[in-house]
Design a protein around this ligand. Structure first.
Ligand code: GLU
Length: 481
């Protein structure tokens, strides 16, 4: 039975890297009918916060990556917050100390620093080489009795540690180069290595899929599992997410919180699809996948080893695709937070006019603004058609006004017939007249198709706006462009 987990530290808003790691775990688990666990690695008390914990839940649930066990849903292997599991780590630590596989280290920070620098100068790996590994029990007790602060180190075996990574194949490290590492800080806090390994054992995790930045931790984790007499999980390290310049994705160059992307109106479907393509490919040209389709198509071996770029253009393209595919009702529902005050019936008629062009939901207010404003603001010079004067444009718009007044129903066809007829009568170029009308009724030169737009705006709004345009032109009559 496959059991996987996502193990975020709630020390900041949920990062897209966490979302992608969760996604790969989710796909792998669902594909194999396993159990997906949420475990919060909140041992850093000073930096862990409840609001970040909530942000992890909200962000991953928004992406529909639900978990089967976790702090908020329970399960047989809880508690699922590391801050609530100290006794479990204490028991594991006791086991290691009794077997002499871990020992107290009394070296001061200054001594450690000095030793480190000495080794660096000699171009030796900066591993721990102090005197504490060989202290006798009596010496340890004596130092403790003197009240000397101490950390606890794990005895890293001096041997090659190799493992078969699900993505990277065979990986090996020299334990001697790693050296004995700290598992408990002088203040008694457990270091990530110990709690992570103990929890994976206790929670019966079979597969660990995590970021490549943890590769060098894995030999430590394998050695710890062995020392605790446990069979370790199988590990797979997924490539880092990179900025377009191939540097590690950072807040400075790209926003990194899932909640930002959510707020900007990326659809969760698009986000999930996009995150899957950072590092994974189906091996075909196909790029658009729903979550269920990803579960079917995904294989962890098909995840590449090279870092993968966070390509915002691709996300925009995917998002536009998903937006265009939404049924009207659904798109209206999703746009509601961005257009909270819009009359629902009117909005239902406006949306089809922007659906094609919408790449992010948060673009909707700007794209639809002219549908809702009472007074348009624009440069009246835009009303003056090329090769025509302000007076000629005013006269033409007056004719337009008269013609439109005679049209009962502002349907697309009746508008088109009425206005195309007028173009001929006036002897204007179609494009010139229609641009003047477009600016008059929308305040902009780039809009959805004119007749559809006018039909949705309705007769009253269009006539009022054309009257306003005529007033503006009267005020500047005589000017040439
Ligand atoms: N808390 C660790 C992290 O967020 C978990 C690493 C792991 O998945 O083992 O990087």
């Amino acid at each position: 039975m496959i059991r996987t987990r996502i193990a975020p530290a709630p020390t900041g808003p949920c990062h897209v890297g966490i979302a992608r790691t969760a996604l790969f775990n989710y796909l792998f688990t669902r594909k194999h009918g396993g159990t997906f666990v949420m475990r919060l690695e909140d041992t850093d008390v000073a930096r862990s916060r409840k609001e970040f914990e909530q942000d992890v839940y909200d962000s991953l649930r928004w992406l529909c990556l639900d978990w089967d066990e976790g702090p908020d849903v329970g399960g047989d292997f809880g508690p699922y917050r590391q801050s609530e599991r100290k006794q479990i780590y204490q028991a594991a630590l006791q086991k290691l100390l009794e077997a002499n596989l871990a020992y107290p280290c009394f070296c001061t920070p200054e001594e450690l620093e000095e030793e480190r620098n000495r080794r660096l100068k000699l171009k030796l790996p900066p591993r721990y080489k102090g005197k504490c590994p060989t202290l006798s029990r009596a010496e340890q007790e004596a130092a403790k009795a003197q009240g000397k602060p101490y950390s606890i180190r794990f005895r890293m075996p001096d041997k090659t540690i190799a493992f078969e990574d699900m993505i990277r194949g065979k990986v090996q490290f020299d334990g001697a180069e790693i050296g004995d590492f700290v598992i408990v800080k002088p203040d008694g806090d457990f270091i990530f290595h110990l709690s992570n390994v103990v929890d994976d054992i206790e929670m019966k995790i079979t597969h660990v899929i995590r970021g490549e930045d943890h590769v060098s931790n894995t030999p430590r984790h394998l050695a710890l599992a062995e020392a605790l007499g446990a069979t370790p999980p199988t590990y797979g390290h997924i490539p880092l997410i990179l900025n377009p310049d191939r540097s590690k994705m950072s807040k400075r160059k790209n926003p990194t919180s899932v909640s930002d992307y959510r707020q900007w109106g990326y659809l969760p479907e698009a986000m999930v699809n996009f995150l899957a393509l950072i590092g994974w490919s189906s091996g075909t040209e196909r790029e658009v996948f729903s979550l269920d389709e990803l579960v079917a198509a995904f294989s962890i071996e098909a995840v590449g080893r090279a870092g993968a770029i966070f390509d915002i253009e691709k996300l925009n393209w995917l998002n536009g695709n998903y937006i265009r595919a939404l049924p009207l009702e659904e798109l209206q529902k999703r746009l509601r937070p961005y257009l909270p005050d819009a009359d629902p019936d009117y909005l239902r008629r406006v949306i089809p006019l922007i659906q094609e062009r919408l790449k992010r939901l948060d673009e909707a207010p700007a794209l639809t603004e002219f549908f809702f404003r009472d007074e348009l603001e624009y440069d009246p010079a835009l009303l003056i058609a090329k090769k025509h004067t302000a007076e000629e444009s005013r006269a033409a718009l007056s004719q337009v006004l008269d013609r439109l007044s005679t049209i009962e129903e502002f349907g697309i066809e009746s508008l088109e017939n009425g206005l195309r007829g007028l173009v001929e009568e006036l002897g204007w170029k179609t494009g010139h007249l229609f641009m003047a009308i477009r600016v008059a009724v929308t305040g902009s030169t780039a809009t959805p198709p004119l007749f559809e737009t006018m039909s949705v705006l309705g007769k009253e709004r269009c006539l009022t706006r054309i009257r306003r345009a005529i007033e503006k032109l009267s005020a500047m009559s005589g000017e040439r462009t």
